[in-house]
Design a protein around this ligand. Structure first.
Ligand SMILES: NC(=O)c1ccc[n+]([C@@H]2O[C@H](COP(=O)([O-])OP(=O)(O)OC[C@H]3O[C@@H](n4cnc5c(N)ncnc54)[C@H](OP(=O)(O)O)[C@@H]3O)[C@@H](O)[C@H]2O)c1
Length: 328
């Protein structure tokens, strides 16, 4: 029997590469991936060695996308590519890449009557720090920077296409960790390893996500029955206290706990946050908030009778740390 075709965007990125890896391993689908010419050459070369059909181009170029849909019998779309992060003053780029790009993919998907569109959003649509914790799918959207805004707008566009008849699922992952991570967790590891991270004096509760579990979630939702909401908040089984995570990381390298003297009053984080906001350094302003406030979620279970065993952060993060230490 012919395999159905999954079209994936962002397969050269951290999360997308794990999803592509998962689908390759399952060997159920043909995979078509769009990659930018020469941008992430190393990752593209890696995909080339696998059974992935690579198409060069920008996913937010209408003609390129229409050509792909004409050429391949796309049955599913996993839309993972995005301009990510929190750079200030890039509003037009977020709009063009994250919002318009999503719309172009949605239009082609509706026109070609694909079976399902899966959009990788972010818990950032609830704000860097959600208005209530634990946050869940009923928590009000409160995007607080250009990146989060673009994700919220893209979600809204997805829902407009659902009304037009497209079958679509929105996945909202929390901050994700694992092999090839290039975001918050990898910065955390670097800072803790160099004893450069000062912790807030109170126990901040944070909630991360194992990238391998997230890849499983995407693969599951290609065929899962969705009866109620099409929006899913995805996170590990439980939150973790930041100082406990610091201990895990430090122990991995030095076999002892993270020095307790590296703690400062919470007010220092609020002041630092204001300073970073003032000098328009959104990246560090967000980091100050993530380090000093609680952000945790109620992961959504699918309503198709198939419950996920979400990952245990302590176990999976330790395994991730051991793997990166072995690599060095
Ligand atoms: N990482 C997290 O903790 C996290 C948490 C929540 C949600 N998310 C969401 O998960 C998705 C994947 O994130 P990630 O962590 O894997 O990010 P990533 O490593 O930065 O990968 C982003 C992907 O999008 C592509 N991309 C970026 N800018 C582009 C542009 N201007 N034009 C075309 N393609 C572009 C990249 O292509 P190149 O390789 O060519 O640069 C790459 O394949 C995103 O939608 C993000 O919003 C991530």
């Amino acid at each position: 029997m012919n395999k159905e075709c999954v079209f994936i965007t962002g397969a050269t990125g951290f999360i997308g590469s794990h999803i592509a890896e998962k689908l390759i391993e399952q060997n159920i689908y043909n995979i078509v991936a769009i990659v930018r010419e020469d941008v992430n050459y190393k990752n593209t070369e890696q995909l080339k060695t696998k059974e992935v059909i690579l198409v060069k181009g920008e996913f937010h170029n209408k003609k390129t996308v229409l050509d792909i849909f004409e050429k391949f019998p796309i049955a599913y779309v996993i839309h993972c590519a995005a301009l990510r992060g929190t750079g200030a003053g890039l509003q037009h780029l977020y709009e063009q890449v994250n919002v318009k790009g999503t719309q172009i993919l949605l239009e082609a998907s509706l026109e070609h009557r694909i079976k399902r569109f899966i959009f990788c959003s972010s818990v950032g649509v609830l704000g860097t720090i959600p208005q209530k914790v634990p946050a869940d799918i009923d928590t009000v959207l409160a995007p607080d920077n250009d990146y989060h805004n673009s994700k919220a707008k893209a979600e809204q566009t997805v829902q407009e296409f659902v009304k037009k008849g497209l079958d679509a699922v929105i996945i909202r992952p929390t901050i994700t960790y694992g092999k090839n991570d290039n975001g918050f967790s990898s910065i955390l590891i670097k800072l803790i390893r160099r004893r450069m991270l000062v912790l807030p004096s109170h126990d901040t509760k944070i909630h991360l996500l194992d990238v391998e579990k997230l890849a499983e979630v995407f693969s599951f939702f290609l065929s899962a029955d969705i009866k109620k909401s099409n929006v899913f908040v995805i996170a590990d089984k439980q939150s973790i206290i930041l100082s406990r995570l610091a201990d895990l990381i430090y122990f991995n390298f030095y076999k002892k706990k993270y020095p307790r003297m590296l703690k400062i009053p919470d007010i220092c984080f609020s002041v630092a946050n204001l300073i970073f906001k003032f000098i328009k350094n959104e990246k560090w302003s967000v980091r100050m908030q993530l380090l000093s406030k609680d952000w945790y979620y109620l992961p959504t279970q699918p309503d198709s009778g198939n419950n996920f065993e979400f990952s245990d952060t302590e176990k999976k993060f330790t395994a991730y740390l051991e793997a990166i230490t072995d690599e060095k």
